[in-house]
Design a protein around this ligand. Structure first.
Ligand code: PMP
Length: 448
């Protein structure tokens, strides 16, 4: 007890700033969708360590596979081939369409996107990158440049002066932000939002074309997009928007990268990969988080042609594709199949969205409910007429109240105005009912 009190007092408030800063939560144990803090209090985890623990904390099958590998071989560095690596890469490749068959394993999503940037530049001979507003692609210097969501960026001095963009060579497309608030506005429902603020779908596409015509260089290296923006607050694109963007990028010699760090591995329910919901085939797919159910591993998957441009130098990554990481990730793929995880994501996610929509209709401060499968955003507004974001203090009040009642959720969005629900995909309808009662109470409590 005393040790915990000392640790509580010594905890670094900077690392706590985006979570429960009023009273930090000290988690020390987990099982499937449940977590326990040091005082023995149980929480329903609806954020999964930011959409990472895809199958459940300490999932017995994944834990057993990890333990088997830990007894056999931990590490070789990728100068050798080991059977676990070989088997895993073949298995992972079988989940991707042709010609996406060459795999590079990393330790994180940022590393995967960093590598993808390098490969795009080497392959095309171009330099510039395109991303959408509200996107998050990583925290390394290069990927922070791609990231277009200011809370995650540090201002760095450049020859142009102090800038918050990190890489001046990254151009940002129009998409992203908050539902129906900014210009250009957006909605998941092809502009049939109840408030009627949204533009028709072809207007969005027109705007995208206009942006490319006026702001994007004629030669580009790559375009990164999350099929559904994660940190951006479960933001979705209008129909055919991503498909059109791919076309415009390819016309400029660029390659298209699908950042599946949050949307991959069945999270969206209807598809294994998020890009499959957009009728596109990327030139590269990057992934992390759910790939290892919480174990550090990431990957870039690309075509033999792009890989060939990259093969000229010696690429080295000490931990990427370690035997243990491969054993974990291999077991994750098997378990998704065996447990019917993707189907559960679809079923439970659809139920949760339907029920949340009822709360949206009931409360003036719930502006939008959106997402797919178990990647869900609940956008909070001051009122439905203004759609101004609910201020951070109000968001925190609801967020902390939900936590006090035993449920952990996430926050995101350009204004921090969106609650995010991306749980381990093993959650049940009973868990959803528990959360809905808690959330209803917290919103009601705030409004009183
Ligand atoms: N891409 C996306 C879409 C992400 O959500 C994240 C992490 N939140 C990253 C990349 C970076 O991944 P990591 O934190 O593993 O470096």
């Amino acid at each position: 007890e005393r040790m915990m009190e000392i640790r509580r007092q010594n905890c670094n408030p900077v690392t706590m700033k985006i979570t429960y800063y009023k009273k930090p939560v000290f988690i020390h144990q987990g099982h499937m969708q449940w977590l326990w803090d040091v005082d023995g209090k149980r929480y329903l985890d609806l954020f999964a360590g930011v959409a990472t623990v895809s199958l459940g904390h300490c999932h017995p099958k994944v834990t057993a596979a990890t333990q088997r590998q830990l007894k056999r071989l931990w590490h070789t560095t990728n100068i050798y081939v080991h059977p676990t690596l070989h088997e895993y890469c073949e298995k992972l490749a079988s989940y991707l369409p042709d010609p996406l068959k060459v795999i590079y394993l990393t330790n994180s999503g940022s590393e995967a996107n960093d590598l993808a940037m390098l490969m795009a530049r080497l392959h095309t001979g171009n330099f510039d990158m395109i991303t959408f507003r509200g996107s998050y692609h990583g925290g390394t210097q290069q990927t922070m440049g791609l990231t277009s969501n200011s809370p995650y960026k540090y201002p760095v001095a450049t020859s142009l002066g102090c800038t918050n963009t990190m890489n001046p060579d990254v151009f940002r497309g129009p998409w992203g932000g908050s539902h129906c608030r900014d210009s250009p506005v957006q909605t998941i429902r092809d502009c049939d939002c109840a408030q009627g603020h949204c533009m028709a779908n072809d207007q969005y596409i027109g705007q995208l074309k206009e942006t490319f015509a006026t702001s994007v260089p004629s030669q580009i290296a790559g375009f990164f997009a999350e099929p559904i923006q994660g940190m951006g607050g479960a933001v979705q694109y209008p129909k055919n928007y991503l498909k059109e963007a791919y076309k415009l990028v390819r016309e400029r010699g660029g390659i298209c990268i699908s950042d599946e760090v949050q949307t991959g591995f069945g999270r969206t329910g209807s598809h294994f990969w998020g890009f499959q919901g957009h009728d596109v085939v990327p030139d590269m797919v990057t992934m992390a988080k759910g790939i290892g159910n919480g174990f550090p591993i990431g990957a870039v998957v690309t075509t033999p042609e792009i890989a060939a441009s990259f093969g000229k130098a010696f690429h080295f990554n000490t931990f990427g594709g370690s035997p243990v990481a491969c054993a974990v990730a291999s077991s994750v793929l098997d378990t998704i199949k065996e447990d019917g995880t993707q189907q559960n994501s679809l079923n439970v996610g659809t139920y949760l969205m339907t029920e949340l929509a009822k709360l949206r209709d009931k409360y003036e401060i719930i502006g939008d409910v959106r997402g797919k499968g178990l990647q869900i955003g609940v956008e909070m507004v001051k009122d439905k007429a203004s759609r101004d974001p609910l201020p951070p203090e109000a968001m925190s009040e609801i967020f902390e109240h939900v936590k006090d009642m035993g449920v952990l959720i996430g926050k995101g969005g350009l204004y921090g105005q969106t609650f995010r629900i991306q749980p381990p995909m093993c959650i049940t309808k009973e868990d959803v009912d528990f959360f809905l009662a808690v959330f209803n109470k917290a919103v009601h409590g705030y409004m009183d």
